[in-house]
Design a protein around this ligand. Structure first.
Ligand SMILES: NC(=O)c1ccc[n+]([C@@H]2O[C@H](COP(=O)([O-])OP(=O)(O)OC[C@H]3O[C@@H](n4cnc5c(N)ncnc54)[C@H](OP(=O)(O)O)[C@@H]3O)[C@@H](O)[C@H]2O)c1
Length: 186
């Protein structure tokens, strides 16, 4: 059975974007990026909310020539190699390969996908991931806490959901980012 994994880079006060919709403060340096790449490498399918997809589709076209860092080139190749399912009621067509659109997030379809998938599945975009967490579908969370307090914005974790977590591992990076890897026990 494949695992469904939620990863987010958040401020210390738990936001993935600030009240201005900015998240430039969350950009990983090469050390964090290389670590993330190793987490992403085994992922077979990404489930994206439409907003996160619009951010991530950058990786479809980015040059993998010398202009990017080695970690960025590595991530672009990982991203292009994976399947993507984008959840949206407004988007008609994907703008990347290996991508399909779903107009509804059906927890039963995700359970079937977990049962049949050969590789783990990632869910991204706090709004979509919040629905997956609330439905009890998320098995693990990777939170990268960035040393900044932004005071408001979009929360990494959903309101009105209670879940017991088990800390599986942690790591401290030179930039002050802390990685917390949790198992979710609902
Ligand atoms: N901290 C970081 O490192 C980082 C990195 C990248 C991005 N970000 C930020 O995080 C934001 C993530 O976005 P988000 O949490 O606002 O949203 P999201 O989950 O990525 O996308 C929300 C959209 O997904 C679609 N959707 C959600 N639930 C659905 C359902 N049940 N059925 C069908 N479609 C559904 C809807 O699209 P439609 O409106 O099309 O129907 C909805 O507007 C990005 O926009 C970016 O600003 C942060």
């Amino acid at each position: 059975m494949a695992k469904l994994i939620y990863s987010a880079i958040a401020s210390l006060d738990g936001y993935v974007e600030d009240e201005q919709g900015k998240f430039d403060w969350a950009a990983p340096d090469d050390e964090v990026f290389a670590f993330i790449n190793d987490l992403e490498r085994p992922i077979g399918t990404y489930l994206y909310g439409r907003r996160m997809y619009e951010t991530m589709v950058f990786w479809e076209a980015v040059s993998t020539g010398g202009a990017q860092s080695a970690a960025m080139r590595d991530f672009a190749e990982i991203w292009r190699g994976a399947e993507k399912i984008v959840y949206s009621r407004t988007l008609q067509r994907p703008s990347s390969a290996r991508t399909r659109i779903e107009h509804d997030f059906d927890p039963r379809a995700i359970t079937r996908l977990k049962e049949s998938a050969a590789h783990d599945i990632a869910v991204g975009g706090a709004t979509l991931a919040g629905q997956a967490i609330a439905a009890g579908l998320v098995d693990e969370c990777h939170l990268f806490l960035t040393p900044i307090v932004v005071g408001g914005g979009k929360r990494a974790l959903p309101d009105k959901v209670r879940a017991q977590l088990e800390l599986l591992s942690e790591r401290r990076f030179r930039s002050g980012v802390v990685h917390l890897h949790y198992g979710v026990c609902l």
